[in-house]
Design a protein around this ligand. Structure first.
Ligand SMILES: [Ca+2]
Ligand SMILES: [Ca+2]
Length: 181
């Protein structure tokens, strides 16, 4: 028993030394795991923000595209009108736009309602529109004169990064306009 008691202190010492070493290693491991966990949380939050931004971009694009598609195919007062605004429609807002090609080249940042009201919490967001005549046989092929088919593209960017783009077609067979709805 005494012999064992003499031997035990050194074993206890070795045991304490190993325990301290193990504790130090455990602390390092815990530290590494914490860093990894924090990185994972950070990456997850960044991913969620990206997804949220893309959803907002798509909603902004859909909102403007819906507004455009509600307009006439062509200026109701001038069926021979070129693409673009007609007289008296350039108010700096979209409140006088009444046909889809009035939106050609339209862009704002931050985005606005049709009456010019600026949308809150959209600093850095940018919406733009392109409208062109296209070939009925090839909707990707722009044409220089009226083919009866117009292609509308709405693009949304955040801090110059494109996040959403919608393309729609309006034809002269779609005669409904804002006042007929
Ligand atoms: Ca017009
Ligand atoms: Ca027009």
């Amino acid at each position: 028993m005494r012999l064992l008691l003499r031997q035990n202190p050194s074993r206890r010492h070795i045991g304490r030394a190993l325990t301290l070493a193990e504790a130090a290693i455990s602390l390092v491991i815990i530290g590494v795991m914490l860093v990894a966990a924090l990185n994972t949380v950070g990456a997850s939050q960044a991913t969620q923000k990206k997804m949220g931004d893309r959803n907002r971009a798509m909603l902004l694009a859909q909102d403007l595209m819906t507004e455009i598609l509600r307009q006439h195919y062509i200026e109701p007062d001038d069926v021979a009108a070129a693409i673009g605004l007609e007289g008296g429609e350039n108010s700096g807002k979209r409140d006088r736009f009444d046909d889809v090609d009035d939106y050609e080249g339209w862009s704002t940042s931050p985005p606005q309602e049709k009456d010019g009201t600026v949308l809150n919490d959209f600093n850095g967001w940018y919406r733009s529109v392109a409208v062109s005549w296209v070939s009925p046989a090839d909707l990707a092929l722009a044409q220089g004169s009226d083919t009866g088919v117009k292609r509308i593209t709405v693009t949304v960017t955040l801090n110059n990064v494109p996040l959403a783009s919608l393309v729609a077609i309006k034809t002269n067979a779609m005669q409904f306009g804002p006042e007929t709805e």
